[in-house]
Design a protein around this ligand. Sequence first.
Ligand SMILES: NC(=O)c1ccc[n+]([C@@H]2O[C@H](COP(=O)([O-])OP(=O)(O)OC[C@H]3O[C@@H](n4cnc5c(N)ncnc54)[C@H](OP(=O)(O)O)[C@@H]3O)[C@@H](O)[C@H]2O)c1
Length: 148
Amino acid sequence: MIAIVARSENGVIGKDGGLPWRCKGDLQFFKRTTMDRKIVVGRTTFDGLPPLKGRDIYVLTRNRNASFENGTTIIQPDQVPADAIICGGATIYDLLLEHCEEVFVTTVKQEVEGDTFFNDQWLSGFSADKTIEETEAYSIVSYKRISA
Ligand SMILES: NC(=O)c1ccc[n+]([C@@H]2O[C@H](COP(=O)([O-])OP(=O)(O)OC[C@H]3O[C@@H](n4cnc5c(N)ncnc54)[C@H](OP(=O)(O)O)[C@@H]3O)[C@@H](O)[C@H]2O)c1
């Protein structure tokens, strides 16, 4: 299991159910990393997503009556596929990052206002592996689990 997350310099990951920045490079990285893969999101994040073609979407919700569009599967935390990419939001990272082997972290080089925050504890047990992209606007760094 791997995860992908983007944060601002001041640790924001979301605002009003969406992302409080426009970062084309990060969106392109998200697209190429998740294409043809299984992605796992919380229901709040799912509600804010545009249609994502070419990905199997697994949504975590406690609502037994929920139903989403075709191609979307409702799951509980113990049903997360081992080969999935964990895509947030904060409650889902809280729950599942400890099961991930690798995390891709984009830092958008802006300070923004938000209501959902990166938790430094999410990377406890990981160390920076390599810088995948570095531009004036953002950086993307992969973190790998420190083996015991
Ligand atoms: N920057 C990034 O990389 C990034 C990535 C993803 C999301 N985001 C942002 O993060 C924000 C949303 O994050 P969030 O933490 O508020 O919400 P979230 O994690 O996306 O979704 C929360 C919902 O997930 C379901 N859920 C949580 N724990 C569960 C469990 N143990 N079992 C079953 N279902 C469970 C519940 O849905 P029900 O209420 O339906 O039961 C809960 O309300 C948005 O602003 C979004 O844009 C940012």
